[in-house]
Design a protein around this ligand. Structure first.
Ligand code: ATP
Ligand code: MG
Length: 383
């Protein structure tokens, strides 16, 4: 298993590597993982022979920080054994060109890397009749000889890239049942953030579908960070209060500001250093530059908006790729459809908004909302 970006973080490297190894272990522990060994520039994960390599592959493909990986077989560190095992493993593979890429990690091994390439190359050619092509081979046989063990393998599989989850700290992700916020969460996890999820719902004014969708979304996203906490915050009463006392066009901005305040209190409790939203510039009326500015001014913590410069289609494509799109598009009753005016302001004015808010009992509403908040825990793999 190879990584790249981690290698750039000189001083924090032991910390990064430790987290990375922990994440790899969390992802594969229940699949017969026997150990993780550090090699120069790579990690070697050993598995029980009977392990399910398809499932191992699916898991590793979701561990951020992995640049690429391959399945290799361990043999005795001698050329005869390696050659016999490689030739056996070629049964059923058809290819017209190949190369051997050997690396001699054990400098006491009697042959040099080019010599190993030649010996094994001749054997593979004799068996397969394929030609050697060093530049564009159809099949690459990777061979490595370390003290006490030889290894060989074929395909290099791409990893997801990114940074190990946790290395960038904790953040709170505001997650609706929509398409955007799960993609935003994914992108921040990929940059090493560990997320706590917060969802605002309007039960009993609306039904529970948004909660069920968010549970399914969080379950999906937990595959990348192995454990998650979801806060379910009742928001219907707060919306009613806002409707009762705030001019129509301003309501959406006030809902959002109140959400930010609540999310920030949860973030403090969770030791999180930022809030994450799925906002994208200009996508809806609440997401103009003016409104984003007035919304973010309600919280002290930075608000991270990884989708801010993405088109809706780009977001949808990514949602499909990560498997959240089909959950997000189940029809539901989102809290933001409740009491949403037809013509929300696109140019909220901070001074005016603050004047309106000063007449409201926002702190009391928030306290009450938090008191009725429920939390749920998620794990992957499920125990
Ligand atoms: P999404 O697809 O994520 O719902 P959206 O395009 O519908 O986004 P808005 O409804 O304006 O946009 O919401 C902007 C952001 O505010 C969301 O991406 C999400 O981070 C947060 N948000 C909105 N509604 C909720 C909610 N009910 N619970 C938690 N966060 C929410
Ligand atoms: Mg939405």
């Amino acid at each position: 298993m190879r990584y790249h970006e981690i290698a750039l973080k000189k001083n924090n490297r032991p910390y990064f590597m430790n987290l990375f190894r922990q994440n790899l272990a969390s992802a594969t522990r229940d699949l017969g993982l026997k150990g993780i060994k550090t090699l120069p520039g790579r990690l070697l994960l050993s598995f029980d022979e009977r392990s399910n390599s398809k499932e191992i592959r699916r898991r590793i493909e979701k561990v951020f920080g992995v640049a690429n990986f391959s399945f290799v077989e361990r043999t005795l560190p001698d050329l005869e054994t390696l050659q016999a095992r490689i030739l056996d493993s070629l049964d059923g593979k058809s290819f017209e060109s190949f190369r051997i890429t050997a690396k001699r990690g054990d400098k006491n091994f009697p042959l040099t890397s080019p010599e190993i390439n030649r010996v094994l190359g001749a054997a593979v050619q004799a068996k397969s009749a394929a030609r050697v092509d060093l530049d564009h081979p159809e099949l690459t046989v990777t061979v490595e000889i370390l003290p006490g063990a030889g290894f060989f393998g074929f395909d290099k599989l791409p990893g997801p890239g990114g940074l190990p989850v946790g290395c960038s700290g904790n953040t709170v992700s505001l997650i609706s049942g929509g398409i955007d916020s799960p993609v935003a969460a994914y992108r921040m996890m990929k940059r090493g953030c560990r997320l706590t999820f917060v969802h605002f719902h309007s039960v009993p004014y609306l039904d529970r579908t948004s909660q069920d969708k968010v549970r399914d979304l969080v379950k999906e996203l937990t595959q990348y960070q192995f454990s998650s906490r979801l806060y379910l915050v009742p928001f219907g009463d707060i919306q009613r209060q806002i409707v009762a006392s705030v001019p129509r066009p301003l309501r959406v901005v006030l809902y959002r500001r109140t959400m930010m305040r609540i999310a920030e209190l949860i973030a403090r409790k969770e030791g999180a250093g930022a809030l994450v939203t799925g906002e994208s510039l200009g996508q809806v009326a609440s997401q103009t530059l003016e409104n984003l500015a007035v919304i973010e001014q309600a919280a002290e913590l930075p608000i991270l908006r990884p989708l801010v410069g993405m088109d809706k289609q780009e977001i949808i494509d990514q949602a499909r790729k990560i498997g959240t799109f089909d959950i997000s598009t189940i029809p539901d009753q989102d809290c933001c459809q409740l009491f949403v005016p037809r013509h929300p302001t696109t140019r909220a004015n901070r001074v005016y908004v603050e004047r309106v808010e000063s007449r409201l009992e926002i702190a009391a509403w928030i306290a009450e909302g938090l008191e009725k908040t429920e939390t749920e825990e998620f794990r992957f793999p499920e125990p």
